[in-house]
Ligand binder design. Structure first.
Ligand SMILES: *[C@@H]1O[C@H](CO)[C@@H](O)[C@H](O)[C@H]1NC(C)=O
Ligand SMILES: *[C@@H]1O[C@H](CO)[C@@H](O)[C@H](O)[C@H]1NC(C)=O
Ligand SMILES: *[C@@H]1O[C@H](CO)[C@@H](O)[C@H](O)[C@H]1NC(C)=O
Length: 303
């Protein structure tokens, strides 16, 4: 019974296929007139042309990797001496507003000086900018609309780090380090997660600059407000800072910049001991004595 069934099935399959063969081979030639055949032919031609144009388009796409290859071969600039851990911090920006051709192989470090008002960052930045290869562009984010949201912040940073930002810090020499001064209250704390992510992604070096002595910083704020009302020193900018030059050399080293002497027009003021600057020193002293801030009372300029 089963064998018979199988045979019948096979027969049916054969018949069915034969039918199909008939359908495909014989019927078209018999039924379709010449006009239809011509239509089919032209359809095939159209499809052919379409495929050809697709190929052309793809040819165009293939051409772009070639162009990319050219630009890749144009910058085998990677420092042969740079350690693998350094590579993320080495950049070769390609500004859109001008050609950086002659400096194309000068590696650029991206940095940000993160600080608070009256922490000596102005003096610090001036010193950095006295290096011919450094361009620190000041408090870019003091302009409110640039920090209105994270997308305006990142597009501003993109422009800066792509060397498309123009400020008085622009140099004719090849830039080896580009950055800005950024106060904590200029959107930095507000968007700190996204900004840290950006810094990590783009390999931005952060330089934290804070006064060790908070009390002295407060005094500096008060003193500076006072100075603003009083007459400014002629031709000099006032700053309330002190530091040792070796620290600066550390920063140059951090940014992998060639060491050179840095100078600033900033003049240090308010160098008297705190006790003689603060009118109600006794109150301040009593308030801080015995607290964790007591060290602020003692720490003074070590000139
Ligand atoms: C961000 O702020 C800018 C300027 O204020 C505005 O034009 C833009 O629409 C804002 N974008 C988002 C995503 O909020
Ligand atoms: C500094 O700038 C000079 C002049 O453009 C350039 O020759 C030199 O390579 C630059 N140095 C660095 C470390 O980029
Ligand atoms: C500042 O100094 C310049 C010369 O260096 C002088 O001409 C000017 O009068 C001075 N200004 C004040 C306010 O003293």
């Amino acid at each position: 019974m089963e064998e018979k069934g199988k045979e019948e099935k096979e027969k049916m399959i054969e018949e069915c296929c034969a039918l199909h063969k008939d359908a495909f081979i014989i019927k078209p030639t018999k039924r379709y007139p010449l006009v239809l055949l011509m239509a089919m032919l032209s359809l095939v031609m159209i499809v052919g042309i379409y495929i050809f144009s697709l190929c052309l388009k793809q040819g165009g796409i293939v051409a772009t990797p070639n162009q990319m290859k050219v630009s890749v071969t144009k910058r085998p600039c990677h420092h042969p001496t740079a350690a693998a851990s350094e590579i993320p911090y080495i950049h070769y920006p390609e500004p859109t507003t001008y050609s950086r051709e002659e400096c194309a192989c000068t590696p650029v470090r991206l940095f940000a000086i993160l600080s608070m008002q009256r922490s000596g960052s102005g003096w610090f930045e001036t010193l950095l900018n006295s290096h011919i290869n450094v361009s620190s562009n000041g408090e870019i984010f003091s302009v409110k609309v640039r920090r209105s949201n994270i997308s305006t912040i990142t597009s501003t940073l993109d422009k800066l780090y792509n060397l498309d930002w123009y400020s008085s810090a622009a140099k004719n020499e090849c830039t080896a380090a580009v950055g800005l001064k950024w106060m904590l209250n200029q959107g930095l704390m507000l968007h700190h997660n996204e900004i840290v992510e950006y810094f990590n992604r783009r390999g931005v070096s952060a330089i934290f600059l804070f006064r060790r002595n908070l009390l002295r910083r407060l005094v500096s704020i008060l003193a500076n407000t006072h100075d603003r009302d009083a007459k400014q020193l002629n031709g000099t900018h006032k700053a309330h800072v002190h530091s040792k030059n070796e620290k600066l050399m550390d920063v140059l080293d951090f940014l992998r910049l060639p060491k050179r002497k840095l100078s600033s027009q900033h003049v240090k003021i308010h160098t008297r001991p705190l006790a003689r600057q603060v009118e109600n020193w006794d109150d301040v002293y009593n308030a801080l004595k015995g607290t964790e801030f007591e060290r602020c009372l003692r720490a003074d300029y070590q000139v």
